[in-house]
Design a protein around this ligand. Structure first.
Ligand code: ATP
Length: 328
């Protein structure tokens, strides 16, 4: 409890993480290639990208676990390699799944990991739904409970930065949701979090900003909604026109085509497909209500997500990568 909550301090003029020109090669193969990255105080930043994009290597360098070949890295204004001893207590990072002995009880793990400035472990266990598990051995916990325990341990010493790598890998849908809600609590409390994930629904649900990497470089970055708007296809609204509408189908298609945000209207297997931006959804809805008929039972809206944006981005030739490379 001894220390002031870092989130109560005036805004940090410097980002919590500042990386410029980070480069790392293994055996002559460059896996992180002149990477620029900022993580700002209080944000949840997601690092996303294909397998082997260099995400884990990057976060390991940030934690002083690996050393870069070139480039500047500052974490909380410290050099992770030279200032490792000062930095380590300020970073909370999740353990790998084999990280605790099977017989260690939850309460014992908390006591073991608590440093001199640790917060109230009991309150954290309560917050993450583990208060009733204090006497359970690690081996007896479910996958979701283990990950939530790792979060408790990562937060125990009041870190100024939390780094989470593949937090929900291998968890069932219910356990993923439990862990997501634990991370959402961190986000809502203003904790700075760097989250490495393959799960794009996870990035969309939790991250205020995402950085998409490929081959060790930043392809693009922004809010999930910005990446979707830039790279994913359009929204499509589909519905069937009833028999009585048939005489006026051509008029209907024309008037739909004139709605704001609509870029095209086609007929597909007896349905009308209206394509456009997000605003088009609202206008088509209003148009349907304006017909005075019941809302079509087969009305369906397909909104592109971060996954389709990333797939498009990773498929692209990367020629715009250098424009997007600068950190926000
Ligand atoms: N110690 C190592 N020695 C040699 N090559 C390595 C080492 N660690 C990682 N690599 C290689 O570096 C590349 C980047 O790996 P990294 O784990 O950083 O990527 P990633 O984006 O986290 O990928 P993933 O999503 O698959 O975990 C990969 O091709 C990987 O095989």
């Amino acid at each position: 409890m001894g220390r002031m909550n870092p989130n109560d301090l005036p805004p940090h003029p410097e980002p919590v993480v500042r990386v410029r020109g980070l480069t790392k090669a293994y055996g002559g193969r460059t896996v992180v290639d002149r990477l620029d990255l900022d993580v700002h105080a209080g944000e949840v930043l997601g690092l996303i990208g294909a397998n082997g994009a260099g995400k884990t290597t990057t976060v390991e360098i940030l934690q002083g676990l690996r050393r870069q070949d070139a480039g500047e890295v500052r974490v909380l204004r410290l050099d992770p390699h030279h200032d490792a001893d000062r930095l380590r207590p300020q970073i909370g990072s999740q353990l790998q799944s084999s990280g605790l002995p099977d017989r260690l009880r939850v309460g014992e793990a908390v006591a073991l990991f608590a440093g001199p400035h640790a917060s109230d472990g009991g309150a954290l266990l309560e917050q993450f739904g583990l208060a009733g598990k204090r006497r359970s051995p690690y081996a007896g916990l479910s996958g979701g409970e283990r990950q939530r325990l790792f979060l408790v341990l990562a937060l125990l010493n009041q870190p100024r930065l939390v780094i989470l790598d593949e937090l929900t890998q291998g968890l069932d849908p219910a356990a993923r949701r439990e862990v997501w809600s634990a991370v959402a609590q961190l986000r809502d409390a203003g904790t700075t979090v760097l989250l490495v994930t393959h799960e794009l629904d996870e990035a969309e649900a939790l991250c205020e900003r995402v950085v998409a990497m490929r081959d060790g470089r930043v392809m693009d970055q922004g809010t999930p909604a910005e990446l979707v708007a830039r790279h994913a296809g359009e929204v499509t609204v589909r519905f069937g026109l009833t028999e009585t509408d048939l005489t006026t189908t051509a008029d209907a298609l024309q008037s739909l085509n004139r709605l704001p945000g609509v870029t095209g209207v086609t007929r597909e297997r007896g349905q009308v497909a209206v394509r456009g931006d997000r605003a088009a959804i609202a206008h088509v809805g209003a148009w349907l209500l304006g017909t005075g008929r019941p809302v079509p039972a087969d009305l369906r809206v397909d909104v592109p997500d971060l996954e389709s944006a990333l797939l498009t981005l990773l498929d692209s030739d990367g020629s715009d990568a250098s424009d997007q490379k600068g950190a926000a």
